[in-house]
Design a protein around this ligand. Structure first.
Ligand SMILES: *[C@@H]1O[C@H](CO)[C@@H](O)[C@H](O)[C@H]1NC(C)=O
Ligand SMILES: *[C@@H]1O[C@H](CO)[C@@H](O)[C@H](O)[C@H]1NC(C)=O
Ligand SMILES: *[C@@H]1O[C@H](CO)[C@@H](O)[C@H](O)[C@H]1NC(C)=O
Ligand SMILES: *[C@@H]1O[C@H](CO)[C@@H](O)[C@H](O)[C@H]1NC(C)=O
Ligand SMILES: *[C@@H]1O[C@H](CO)[C@@H](O)[C@H](O)[C@H]1NC(C)=O
Ligand SMILES: *[C@@H]1O[C@H](CO)[C@@H](O)[C@H](O)[C@H]1NC(C)=O
Ligand SMILES: *[C@@H]1O[C@H](CO)[C@@H](O)[C@H](O)[C@H]1NC(C)=O
Ligand SMILES: *[C@@H]1O[C@H](CO)[C@@H](O)[C@H](O)[C@H]1NC(C)=O
Ligand SMILES: *[C@@H]1O[C@H](CO)[C@@H](O)[C@H](O)[C@H]1NC(C)=O
Ligand SMILES: *[C@@H]1O[C@H](CO)[C@@H](O)[C@H](O)[C@H]1NC(C)=O
Ligand SMILES: *[C@@H]1O[C@H](CO)[C@@H](O)[C@H](O)[C@H]1NC(C)=O
Length: 421
């Protein structure tokens, strides 16, 4: 099987279905592996809930979970190694290319229909495009038809912009642990946090499935300026993300504006790692903090999951329902980046990484009257409401009802089932 040579080199015990799946990856880079490793390392600290133990086993088998690799340092590796073993088997270029494309799935891209066009992206050059941006550029402007970009396994090192003139685009990856778009701009290198996104989506009706968005810039050290590094900025209305990964540290997911849906997504970061002024519904997602641990007994805060930026009584906010919160550090559920910040956590399990006060008004008590921070029916050590800040709302059924399902984002008007397109 493809890639199995490399894996066998390190382990003789790849027999579970999961491992078979991992060994079938066409190619994968070290940067991607270590970035994922960082997340799974954080998961290792979780007590009683470890959905990724099978992944962790995989990294242990690879010999990556040694104490010499800290999750923080691991993202600093700026290079990638292609584990594409087949390169060594062929001498002749033509033969190599034929070989790489041998196991390309048949029937990709599928024929166009009257409502959908299909483009294919493969970094080995096995189909229409080798870069995601090239495929986006080829989508006709203002098309009412949906264009599905089928993106093969691999890391796409490029900065991608979906302009406002390109609505109705779908990024279809092969799994959030095997397909990713990654870049490493920072606030400094891109003249502002808002421009640092590896992917920036301005077009409406954007959909992403089974793909990751990463920013692999160095993780900010305490006191650093200009090191914020966004993985994706989502600024188009009516966007949906299914089974996606979001990997970064400070400011990972710029959930900027519009109505957005996130289902079964994996979101990693340290400080303000979901921020912006969108109206978004997060369902069955995992929020994994990789903030620095604090000394036992210390009251200091090392991170925050959200920094919602509502500026008035407008209808924006983040609702997290049936989610899981864990990882490392001593962190806040949210802090009031703008005076009307609005965030609720519903039916969500939280580990003890959540500081007892839970939330911050950004040291501006005048915001206590206008922020809306609510919790409803959450569980776990981090969900203990006893010591919460005074302005936090313990929502009753009536207060919780606007946030319980996709009607919060008018999903009944626009959100299609996952397999619709
Ligand atoms: C598009 O195709 C569907 C079925 O594939 C068909 O029901 C529909 O009438 C077609 N629409 C147009 C405008 O051709
Ligand atoms: C993609 O490749 C297929 C197969 O070669 C071809 O039929 C199709 O026109 C190409 N699409 C684009 C947008 O280049
Ligand atoms: C395409 O985008 C336009 C504008 O965002 C939207 O009105 C339309 O419903 C979309 N069509 C499809 C097929 O998603
Ligand atoms: C991004 O990575 C490249 C290649 O390693 C490096 O030259 C560049 O300085 C990095 N950019 C930032 C902002 O760290
Ligand atoms: C996403 O990946 C999961 C797990 O590999 C798979 O079961 C599912 O069918 C995929 N869905 C889409 C829409 O790609
Ligand atoms: C960003 O730029 C400022 C001003 O040039 C500099 O002081 C700071 O160290 C830079 N930050 C990083 C993370 O490179
Ligand atoms: C909360 O989770 C339970 C299962 O643990 C489920 O039955 C219930 O519908 C969930 N509530 C909401 C509002 O999603
Ligand atoms: C509250 O959470 C429990 C599980 O922790 C679940 O069984 C119950 O259905 C939830 N209630 C509501 C109203 O969602
Ligand atoms: C919640 O926290 C308070 C104060 O720290 C503590 O006394 C109480 O036992 C905790 N409740 C639970 C269920 O852990
Ligand atoms: C829920 O809380 C609101 C605001 O405090 C209050 O007006 C309302 O009566 C409560 N509803 C129930 C059913 O307790
Ligand atoms: C969503 O929640 C609202 C308010 O609680 C409720 O009226 C509506 O029936 C729910 N819709 C679905 C699809 O569950």
């Amino acid at each position: 099987m493809y890639g199995s040579k490399y894996l066998r080199f390190r382990s003789t015990s790849f027999s579970s279905p999961f491992n078979q799946k991992m060994t079938s990856l066409k190619s994968i880079s070290l940067t991607f592996l270590v970035a994922i490793f960082a997340v799974l390392w954080a998961c290792k600290h979780l007590i009683g809930f470890n959905p990724n133990s099978k992944y962790l086993k995989y990294f242990e088998d690879l010999g990556l979970t040694t104490s010499s690799i800290s999750p923080i340092l691991s993202l600093l590796f700026p290079y990638s190694i292609n584990f594409n073993a087949r390169h060594h088997k062929k001498k002749d270029n033509k033969a190599k290319k034929a070989s790489i494309c041998d196991d390309f799935p048949p029937g990709i891209p599928p024929p166009d229909t009257n409502t959908t066009s299909y483009f294919c992206v493969d970094r080995n050059g096995c189909c229409n495009f080798t870069l995601v941006q090239a495929a986006v550029d080829a989508v006709p402007a203002l098309s009412q038809k949906r264009t599905v970009l089928w993106i093969n396994t691999g890391i796409y090192y490029e900065k991608v912009i979906v302009p406002i003139t390109k609505p109705n685009i779908t990024f279809q990856g092969q799994g959030y642990l095997s397909t990713a778009i990654s870049w490493n701009d920072t606030a400094n290198s891109s003249h502002g946090t808002f421009y640092s996104g590896s992917v920036q989506v301005f077009g409406a009706n954007f959909i992403a499935k089974n793909i990751s968005f990463m920013n692999v810039a160095p993780i900010p050290k305490p006191g650093d300026f200009g090191a914020q590094a966004v993985a994706i900025r989502v600024s188009g209305d009516q966007s949906a993300f299914w089974g996606c990964g979001f990997f970064g540290a400070q400011d990972t997911l710029h959930d900027d504006k519009g109505r957005h849906y996130f289902k079964e997504c994996y979101i990693q970061g340290s400080i303000d790692f979901i921020f912006g002024n969108a109206r978004s519904f997060y369902e069955n997602c995992q929020l994994v903090s990789m903030a620095n641990p604090v000394a036992p007994g210390s009251k200091s805060i090392s991170g925050a999951l959200t920094a919602h930026g509502r500026v008035s009584n407008e209808n924006t906010g983040y609702a997290f329902v049936n989610c899981f919160v864990g990882g490392s550090g001593r962190v806040l559920l949210g802090r009031a980046w703008r005076p009307f910040s609005r965030v609720v956590f519903i039916n969500t399990t939280m580990t003890d990484i959540i500081a007892p006060e839970g939330w911050s008004d950004f040291n501006d008590p005048t915001r206590d009257q206008t922020i809306f921070y609510g919790e409803y029916n959450c569980s776990g050590a981090g969900a203990n409401l006893t010591m919460r800040a005074s302005y936090v709302q313990r929502l009753n059924d009536t207060q919780a009802s606007p946030f319980l399902n996709v009607s919060f984002i008018d999903g009944n008007d626009w959100l299609q089932p996952i397999n619709a397109n």
